[in-house]
Design a protein around this ligand. Structure first.
Ligand SMILES: Cc1cc2nc3c(=O)[nH]c(=O)nc-3n(C[C@H](O)[C@H](O)[C@H](O)COP(=O)(O)O)c2cc1C
Length: 250
């Protein structure tokens, strides 16, 4: 299992080959073994294999082509709809229409997704997460018919790899570990921890292509712009509210 984790890399090109139903079931069973809040399993997974639905998802995931190539798209949703229905049918009054419950449900859904990712990789399948799920959540809700109490939080594309990319870099372990208490970073720490990333051949190439002075500028000016961050934050907050998770008053 550790070997599989250490060899992880996202796959963005897929063969047309289908995933056998029994393999998919095994992967999903492994998914739902994940720890979850109070064993309420406040999540649902939408399995998309149909071409017409994939095409609709492709549109709202900013036309990322791997969606059309990969045989299976899984949308992981925070879901207190099912659990609340069970409560009501069992003479219990649910109180999961608040932000805390949304966050718990989102954590549950994300933990399931990572189990699914690892179980997929163990079966020689490739995966890629799609962060675009929360950028266009309101459209995904429409496409997948998600009811009140259900919010999509992430998506996994799964299939047989049609590329063999190298392992991507990570910061040194020491940069993300804090022994006992948080140790604030000095400028020297930052220089040391980011030295390899800042100066790699890959970064030099990126700087040329993007005509930027530093790698950080590519993140702030190109990939994750303030304007977009604010716009998509607002849109996602509206979705959380519309789906019934913002009744935070007493
Ligand atoms: C929450 C999340 C959202 C992501 N969204 C996308 C995406 O929309 N498109 C994409 O190509 N990769 C996406 N990725 C993959 C990351 O870019 C990738 O994990 C990261 O660059 C590290 O590379 P690696 O997974 O190959 O190690 C996402 C990953 C995560 C965890």
């Amino acid at each position: 299992m550790v070997d599989i984790i250490l060899n992880h890399r996202s796959i963005r090109k897929y063969k047309e080959k289908e995933i056998d139903g029994s393999i998919l079931t095994q992967i999903l069973e492994a998914g739902i073994r994940a720890s979850n809040t109070g064993n309420m399993q406040a999540y649902s997974i939408i399995v998309t294999t149909q071409k017409d639905i994939k095409e609709k998802l492709w549109e709202v995931h900013f036309k990322q082509n791997m969606i059309l190539q990969a045989p299976v798209i899984l949308t992981f949703c925070a879901d207190f709809n099912r659990f609340s229905k069970w409560c009501k049918l069992r003479k219990a009054e649910p109180a999961f229409d608040n932000f805390l419950s949304f966050f718990n449900a989102a954590i549950d859904a994300l933990l399931v997704s990572q189990n699914v990712a690892l179980a997929s990789e163990e079966n020689n399948l490739g995966i890629c997460y799609l962060g675009t799920t929360i950028y266009n959540a309101e459209k995904i809700i429409e496409i997948l018919h998600l009811p009140h109490g259900v919010v999509p939080v992430t998506t996994l594309v799964i299939g047989y790899p049609d590329e063999n990319p190298g392992i991507t870099d990570r910061l040194p372990l020491a940069s993300v570990i804090h022994n006992e208490i948080y140790h604030e970073y000095t400028s020297e720490d930052i220089d040391q921890f980011y030295q390899e990333k800042d100066n790699s051949e890959f970064t030099k190439e990126l700087l040329k292509i993007n005509n930027k002075e530093t790698l950080a500028q590519i993140f702030t000016d190109n990939r994750y712009k303030k304007k977009d961050n604010i716009l998509f934050s607002k849109k996602f907050m509206e979705v959380i509210e519309k789906q019934g998770f913002m009744n935070n008053a007493d």
